[in-house]
Design a binder for this molecule. Structure first.
Ligand code: FES
Length: 146
C-alpha cells in the first residue's frame, strides 16, 4: 500500500527536531484526524533555506511527507520552496494512497506557515503566499492556533 520511499522516510525520518531562533516557524493541524505538524526554517540573508527541521505528531504518512518536504526545501530559495507543493512531495515519495493525500497537505501548509512567519518577522511579502490556515481541515474559516 505504501511505496518503499514512504516506508523509508517513515522509519528513518530526516531532519527531525527543532531549530533554535528559527527564521520562521509554522504549525498546522488537521482537526479531523488530530494530527499536528511544525516546521522550522533557518533562512540566510541571501534568502536561501540553510536548514529545515520538523516535528510531527501524526500518522506515518504525515511523518514521511514532513521528512520529504524538509529534504526538498533545504538549500532552496524561498521562491523555489513555494513550489514544494503537496503534489511535489507526493511525487518525490512515489505517491500516497488516496486516503492519505490530506496528510501531504499538512506538509505544504506547514512550509507556507513557516514562510509566512519569516515574512512577517522581516516585513516582506512573498509572492504567491497567502495567510496559512492553522487547521487545514476547515474550509475558509480559520482554525484554532495550536
Ligand atoms: Fe491525519 Fe495523516 S491521518 S495527517
Amino acid at each position: 500500500m505504501y511505496s518503499e520511499k514512504v516506508m523509508d522516510h517513515f522509519q528513518n525520518p530526516r531532519n527531525v527536531g527543532e531549530i533554535e531562533n528559527a527564521s520562521g516557524v509554522g504549525t498546522v493541524g488537521n482537526a479531523k484526524c488530530g494530527d499536528i505538524m511544525r516546521i522550522y526554517l533557518d533562512i540566510g540573508e541571501d534568502g536561501i533555506i540553510r536548514d529545515c527541521k520538523f516535528k510531527t505528531f501524526g500518522c506515518g504518512a504525515a511523518v514521511a511527507t514532513s521528512s520529504m518536504a524538509t529534504e526538498l526545501v533545504k538549500g532552496k530559495s524561498i521562491g523555489e520552496a513555494m513550489k514544494v507543493t503537496n503534489k511535489a512531495v507526493m511525487d518525490a515519495l512515489d505517491g500516497l494512497p488516496p486516503v492519505k493525500v490530506h496528510c501531504s497537505l499538512l506538509a505544504e501548509e506547514a512550509i507556507h506557515a513557516a514562510l509566512w512567519d519569516y515574512a512577517e518577522k522581516h516585513g516582506i511579502e512573498i509572492e504567491g503566499l497567502e495567510k496559512p490556515k492553522a487547521d487545514i481541515h476547515e474550509d475558509g474559516e480559520e482554525g484554532e492556533v495550536y
